[in-house]
Design a protein around this ligand. Structure first.
Ligand code: NAD
Ligand code: UDP
Length: 357
């Protein structure tokens, strides 16, 4: 047995995969060996599944600061998956790879608010270390950027040629500026070091494996509804987001990874919702009697967000297929099955109105 990536021996015994030594001797010349940073996260774990399903072998790298091994537990016996518990802010080299997908970064406002300095380092030193691996092995590189590069946009919807409206010193700046620096670094490695890079600007994505406690709106609302608690709408709920279901989003990543496009491409669902309408949709889908309550709006919370996906359609033939209510139902099933039984509300007796509908 070989253990990858100790943090502390006790912790590692609990979390780290046991890999048969024969794996290190295998001939990988015929397979594509893909490295995914942030593999234990929401998007990274779905991307891992998609690439394994395509027949590639995958190396997952993650320091578990916001991700969870729960997201990868179904791969425990898949010999094509290796996991290294490692902070990408420290240099790494896990052998030759053909493709690097750089997805590591705290991503929810609550997480990057708590891990501000780590987020800045992950976007700078971490992205640099990931690019160095791609450069060393002449691997292709795809970086997970974000609609937050547009900040609180004054142009609507947001196309890739909009440069954004970001407060460089506000509470969201640790994330927004880290991601903007990452984009600059990726383009510099492309221009100066000839790395074959891609940049995806991801808009709000949701689905199974969102952490129930990372504060993002869809997971918050679903968990609140399932627990019979009030749904917390920040501000008056008139701010907008455009929510993309995770399978659509990952399809966009894969298409972009196979394209030759080096400039940023928006991948997101252009269907725009106010947050208040989104709360009401969650109440409908969960058949919940929870109330909506209003809380203060976080500083610099973008007032509107909607991707212009013309480039994705033209370059990749991509557009999303799953509407919000369908995606919410799929996500709800996941939360129902993964939340501890004790946290779920009592089953309601069937009401006359639900029998009639
Ligand atoms: P997530 O928090 O679930 O996943 C991020 C993963 O990165 C976690 O597993 C975390 O432990 C890991 N990580 C963070 N810093 C690290 C470091 N220094 N070294 C190693 N691992 C580290 O978030 P997510 O929603 O899956 O986001 C994945 C990527 O997509 C992020 O880069 C994020 O900025 C980007 N993105 C996501 C969304 C979205 O709606 N989910 C939107 C825009 C951009
Ligand atoms: N939001 C909300 N209630 C919550 C969580 C979030 O009203 O319980 C709002 C938040 O203020 C923002 C939107 O929902 O306007 C999306 O928030 P999220 O944290 O999911 O992502 P963001 O797009 O802000 O990065």
């Amino acid at each position: 047995m070989i253990y990858h990536g100790f943090r502390t021996p006790g912790f590692a015994l609990m979390l780290v995969w046991r890999i048969p030594p024969s794996l290190f001797l295998r001939d990988t010349s015929l397979t594509t060996r893909v490295l995914i940073t942030g593999a234990a996260g929401f998007l990274g774990s779905h991307l891992t599944d998609a690439l394994l399903a395509e027949g590639h072998s995958v190396i997952g790298v993650d320091n578990l600061c916001t991700g969870s091994m729960e997201n990868l537990k179904h791969l425990r016996s898949d010999p094509r998956f290796e996991f290294f518990e490692h902070d990408i802010c420290l240099p790494f080299d896990f052998g030759k790879v053909d493709y690097v997908f750089n997805f590591a970064s705290p991503a929810s406002p609550e997480d990057y608010g708590r891990l501000g300095i780590e987020t800045l380092y992950t976007g700078s030193a971490g992205t640099r270390n990931s690019l160095d691996v791609a450069h060393k092995y002449q691997a292709k590189f795809l970086h997970a950027s974000t609609s937050e590069c547009y900040g609180d946009p004054t142009v609507h919807p947001q196309a890739e040629d909009y440069w954004g409206n970001v407060n460089p010193i506000g509470p969201r700046s640790v994330y927004d500026e880290a991601k903007r620096f990452s984009e600059a670094l990726v383009m510099a490695y492309h221009r100066y070091r000839k790395v074959d890079t891609r940049l995806v600007r991801i808009f709000n994505t949701y689905g199974p494996r969102l952490q129930s406690n990372d504060g993002r709106v869809i997971s918050n609302f679903i968990v609140q509804a399932l627990q019979g608690h009030d749904l917390t709408v920040y501000g008056n709920g008139s701010q907008t987001r455009s929510f993309c279901y995770v399978s659509d989003e990952v399809d966009g990543f894969l298409r972009l990874s196979r394209s030759a496009e080096h400039l940023p491409v928006n991948i997101g669902n252009p269907n725009e919702w106010t947050i208040l309408d989104c709360a009401q949709a969650v109440l409908r889908v969960t058949d919940s009697e929870s109330k909506i309550v209003f809380k203060s709006l976080p500083i610099d919370d973008p007032s509107q967000r909607q991707p212009d996906i013309t480039r994705a359609k033209q370059l990749l033939g991509w557009e999303p297929k799953i509407d919000l209510e369908t995606g919410l139902k799929l996500t709800l099933e996941y939360f129902r099955s993964s939340m501890p039984f004790s946290q779920l509300p009592e089953e309601k007796p069937e009401s006359a109105s639900s029998q009639a509908s």
